[in-house]
Each structure stands twice: as C-alpha cells, then as structure tokens.
Design a binder for this molecule. Structure first.
Ligand code: NAD
Ligand code: MG
Length: 343
C-alpha cells in the first residue's frame, strides 16, 4: 500500500526548464551549494555566471570547470536570477553590494530562508523572492546529478512579483536535478523554523549533547573512556545508517531483542520535551536569531568559547587516539576509490 503524501511532490514532468532558459543566472558563492548549483545548471544548458570576490580562492576552481566568474555586483547586474549561496551570515553584506543589480522582474533566490524570514534582507517589492533548496549537501547534489539522479528539494515563494515565481522555481529545481527525486513546496517561515529547530534539538545540538552525556555518565562511573567512546559515539553511525535505510523499524529489526526492549522501554527517560518546546519557541519568536545576529556583530565571542570547550572535551582526545586504530580501513577505502583497477 502506498500512503498519500500530505503535500504535493513535484517531479520532472511538473517542471518546464524552458521557462528559465533565456535567463542569465548569477550563482553567488562557490562553496558546498554554489559549486553544485553552478555546475548542474551549466550541464542543463543554462547561462551561468558565478559571483565571487576578487580575491576569492574559489575563482580558479570555478574557471577550471569552464564557468565564467565576475564579482557579485557585476554578476547580479547582468543576471535575471540571483542565487544567494554565500554563507548566511555574510548574505546581508553581499546583498548590499548587489541590490542595485536587481531590476523589476528579476528573481532573488535562496537555499535557506534565514535572512528573509528574520528581516536581515529586505528586497524591493518588484522582484520575485524565492527558494529552491536541495535537502542535501552540495557534493551529493552534484554527484547524484552526474549519475542522472537527483536529491530531494524544497521550493518556497516569499514574494511573487511576476506571477510566475512558482513555475520558475520548479524549473530551476529541475535544472539542478531535484525534480528527478521530488520537490515539495514549503514557506520561508516553515523552512527556517524547522531547519533551526532540527539542527539545534536533534541533529547537531541534540546528538552531540546526548553522546557527551552518555560518555560522561560511563566515565564518571569508572568505566574506560575508550569503552565509553565506542559505545556512545562510534556505534552511533551504525544505528543511524539503519534508521536512514529503514526507519526506526528497520533499526529495531536489526538490533538484538534485548537492545530493542531496553531502548523502547528506557529511551524516553533521557528526552526533555519541555526543553525542545523552549528551543522551538525561541526559534519562532526570533530570540535565537537576534542572539546569533548580535553574536556575529560582536565577532563571535561566545561561539569561540563554546568551540574551545568542545575541542577540549575528553571525548575529542580519546576519539582522536582511537580513530588512529581504524584508520587502516579508511586508507583501504580511499585506495579502492582512487586507484584505477589496472594500476
Ligand atoms: P559554504 O560555506 O560552503 O560556501 C560559501 C561560499 O561563499 C564560499 O565558498 C565562498 O565562495 C563564498 N563567500 C564566502 N564569503 C563571501 C563573501 N564575503 N563574498 C562573496 N562570496 C563569499 O556555504 P553553503 O553551505 O554552500 O551555504 C550556502 C547557502 O546554502 C546557505 O544559505 C545555506 O544555508 C544553504 N544551504 C546549505 C546546505 C549545505 O548542505 N551546505 C544545504 C541547504 C542549504
Ligand atoms: Mg539583474
């Protein structure tokens, strides 16, 4: 039985690349997302110009791939679609430099909605403001495209001055390969709030704090740090891989019945739902965004402190030592990837 999605999923047949084939597309930034978008667009026959600072170390790499590179202001002035793929924290400054290049009817496009949703970039009313965001890191966006596949993606329309913002966002998503996998429509608000909540509560913040707390609990109780490391960090990947492939049931079916019973009956004990509600509230009411914006304006004093503490945690030292022990497997893996079979 196939279950209905609660939201429409768009595929290749729902998108028409010809809607944007006469455009010049400026891709600002050539990092994780930027290089993948620029190269996929070029391979889909689009007219692409990459916007990079004069002294950017990425210039050479982009040009070596046959891409044209200009400074962001020149690229944006020339372009009908300007895609913001520089880090979120530098986007407001880059926007100031390119604002004059956005003419009525142009599109300003994002892969994450932070700066629009929290009012750090306020485009004029006569441009389309949209999102076309792969739900995946850039190297996968590129690699899957080259194999004739794609990564799932999102579109969102914040401002539709032309009346064709949605169709064009789907066209763009097709040109970078996302409609091959499936694209769903969301809003800037929903994308930002779920993204920030997810990375804080579950993915980046939640997982590392859970691992550290488990590690500390065992070490404080007198167990060997090496044992604690393997149990609380190293094995996490095995469990997550199983969840990724088969959901929770796929994972439960693969572990022992003892692990399953213990996990099902005890796991909830370590979860703080009120803490999660609080995080979500701070995302929704803008408190987290205000804190992060002023932290950046102050050149990140707290951020540096937190990073130092993380760096100096015992788990880092133990982990670095233990990972040496199995580095042979990574080397072997690299060799099989790099060396041609007949070499
Ligand atoms: P990144 O850090 O990998 O790359 C940013 C690039 O911007 C740099 O490589 C550089 O070429 C350029 N750059 C940096 N500072 C600049 C400046 N001052 N002026 C001009 N160019 C500058 O960034 P990323 O991870 O590709 O993120 C880009 C956007 O995509 C962000 O909005 C991010 O939220 C979003 N996004 C990222 C991912 C991901 O997996 N990385 C996934 C979905 C959405
Ligand atoms: Mg323009």
């Amino acid at each position: 039985m196939t279950e209905e999605f609660t939201t429409t999923v768009y595929h290749d047949e729902d998108a028409d690349v010809s809607l944007i084939e006469d455009e010049t597309i400026a891709v600002l930034g050539y990092g994780s997302q930027g290089h993948a978008h620029a190269l996929n667009l070029k391979d889909s026959g689009m007219d692409v110009v990459v916007g990079l600072r004069e002294d950017s170390s990425s210039r050479e790499a982009a040009e070596a791939e046959g891409l044209r590179v200009e400074t962001p202001d020149v690229a944006a002035a020339e372009a009908d679609r300007v895609v913001m793929l520089v880090p979120d924290t530098v986007q407001p400054a880059v926007y100031e430099a390119i604002e004059d290049g956005l003419e009525a009817g142009d599109t300003l496009q994002f892969a994450h909605g932070f700066n629009i949703h929290y009012g750090q970039i306020r485009p004029s009313e006569d441009v389309d403001v949209t999102m076309s965001a792969p739900k995946s890191p850039g190297h996968l966006v590129r690699r899957t495209y080259e194999r004739g596949e794609g990564t799932p993606g999102l579109i969102a329309i914040y401002q539709d001055a032309t009346g064709s913002a949605k169709e064009e966002s789907l066209a763009y998503s097709k040109a970078i390969g996302c409609t091959r996998a499936g694209v769903i429509e969301t809003t800037f608000q929903e994308e930002v709030e779920t993204d920030l909540f997810g990375e804080q509560a579950v993915l980046c913040g939640g997982v590392t704090e859970m691992v550290k707390a488990g590690f500390e609990t065992l070490v404080d109780a007198g167990y060997a740090p090496e044992m604690a490391y393997f149990e609380c960090l190293n094995e996490l990947k095995l469990i997550v891989d199983l969840m990724y492939e088969g959901g929770h049931m796929g994972m439960w079916n693969s572990v022992s019945d003892t692990a399953e019973y213990g996990g099902l009956t005890r796991g909830e004990e370590v979860i703080n739902r009120e803490g999660m509600d609080k995080l979500l509230e701070e995302v929704q009411n803008g408190e987290f965004a205000r804190e992060w914006i002023s932290e950046n304006q102050a050149h990140r004093p707290a951020y540096k402190q937190y990073r130092d503490a993380e760096q100096n945690h015992q788990i880092e030292e133990v982990g670095a030592r233990l990972r040496e022990l199995f580095s042979w497997s990574e080397d072997a893996e690299q060799e099989t990837q790099e060396a041609p079979a007949d070499d």
